[in-house]
Design a protein around this ligand. Structure first.
Ligand code: SAH
Length: 389
């Protein structure tokens, strides 16, 4: 194993079990270390702290796999995949859930990969050279442990660029994918496009939000901003909404949303707006009783936080202006840089500027199959507020 030595005083983070070694913490790396090699991480004083996957091009230079001076077990990766799946199988909250995340990267001590289940199909994504080198082991473990009939690899193109690794996409085992797959989530039915859709086809981590929307929607005029394929809109329709308006910038996503609405609630009053949700809500003159706001991550780095905060605030303020008395708003940030504390301040600013009395009814996070490691705050993928205006 090649050795990577940290700068003096930069061992604290690894000792505190943070899973990343950033480029600025690295003093030297053994000659010839390549992307995807497992390197041993040493303190400046030469103490072995653990080992992890090396990424020479990424600011996250090492993703830790193993803490301490001992060698990791041979079957580490398959064991962790089995453990991740077993934890979810043992969680009663996930009983009968057909579509869920099985492996959530750092949270499951498997940095550089995720795996999702849609019924009998497993979808895996590799985000680092290290993990994609283990493709055969990962695929065998997923197949053995789940017994699923089909496996598919989704390319992670942004990771491919960041890590300069070749990305692959295609069938891993089983029958070829149909154009769309269907799954049921309680009373809701969704079609997903595994090969072309966003993420692995669906925002699985918003399940708690969907359940909440279904419970709250009865008789309400619903506005679903950043609707994607209608995750929330379908939940609202199934829950008995009076009308549902969806706003989404991707034509493909909106087309799937149309199909999902038609399949779940054919009679309901629906309006599909293909366009920019920030502009729509600023200009719209409608009145709504339930608004969901789920933009894409607006801050992808620390440096974008201020700009993102303004955008989150603007859209929430505009939505508050469209909110009928007593309306509910379910608003999210999916940027780890805009966390629960900051998001609450943003909501405060929006309420003040909209001159509305606003109550916080609930705080939300991702569903239990999207955990974050306590040692890795960057892994917190979603924060949300249920507000009443
Ligand atoms: N609520 C959805 C997920 C939303 S993800 C669900 O639970 O399934 C964010 C969505 O916003 C994506 O579908 C993306 O295509 C869309 N989007 C991005 N920028 C947008 C914009 N300016 N206006 C409208 N939609 C936008």
């Amino acid at each position: 194993m090649k050795e990577l030595v940290l700068q003096p005083g930069r061992d604290r983070s690894v000792r505190r079990r943070h899973p990343w070694v950033l480029s600025g913490a690295v003093a030297s790396v053994g000659d010839g270390a390549e992307a995807g090699d497992v390197v041993r991480v040493l303190s400046a004083e030469g103490e072995a702290l653990g080992c992890g996957d090396y990424s020479p091009r990424s600011n996250i230079r090492v993703r830790m796999l193993w803490q301490g001076k001992d060698e990791p077990p041979e079957a580490l990766i398959s064991q962790r995949i089995a453990a991740a799946i077993a934890r979810r199988a043992a969680n009663p909250e996930l009983d009968g859930v057909e579509a869920l995340r099985l492996v959530n990267a750092e949270a499951d001590e498997l940095p550089g990969m995720s795996a999702d289940r849609y019924g009998d199909t497993i979808v895996v994504r590799f985000g680092t050279a290290g993990m994609s080198r283990r493709r055969d082991e990962v695929v065998a473990a997923l197949r053995d442990v789940t017994g699923a009939a089909r496996g598919y690899e989704r390319a992670d193109t942004s990771a491919g660029r960041r890590e300069a690794v070749a990305v692959r996409q295609g069938l891993l085992w089983g029958e070829p994918l149909p154009a769309t797959l269907e799954f049921a989530e309680g009373k809701r039915r969704y079609s997903v496009d595994i090969a072309q859709g966003q993420q692995t086809g669906f925002y699985l981590g918003q399940r708690d939000g969907r359940d909440l929307v279904e419970r709250l929607a009865k008789g309400r005029r619903v506005l679903d901003l950043f609707a994607y394929s209608g995750g929330f809109a379908v939940a609202a329709a199934v829950g008995g909404a009076r009308s549902v308006t969806l706003v989404e910038s991707s034509a493909d996503a909106l087309e799937l949303a149309r199909r999902n609405l038609a399949a779940n609630a054919p009679g309901i009053d629906t309006r599909f707006e293909h366009g920019n949700a920030f502009e729509f809500v600023r200009q719209d003159s409608g009145q709504y009783d339930l608004v969901t706001i789920d933009p894409p991550p607006l801050a992808r780095s620390r440096g974008e936080v201020n700009k993102a905060a303004r955008a989150y605030k603007d859209v929430l303020m505009s939505a508050l202006k469209r909110a009928a008395p007593g309306a509910l708003l379910l608003a999210f940030s999916s940027s780890s840089h805009v966390d629960a504390g900051l998001y609450r301040k943003i909501a405060f600013g929006a309420a003040l500027d909209a001159e509305r009395q606003v109550q916080v009814l609930r705080t939300l996070g991702p569903a239990v199959d999207y955990p974050a490691s306590i040692y890795h705050p960057e892994g917190a993928s979603l924060t949300g507020l249920l507000l009443q205006a």
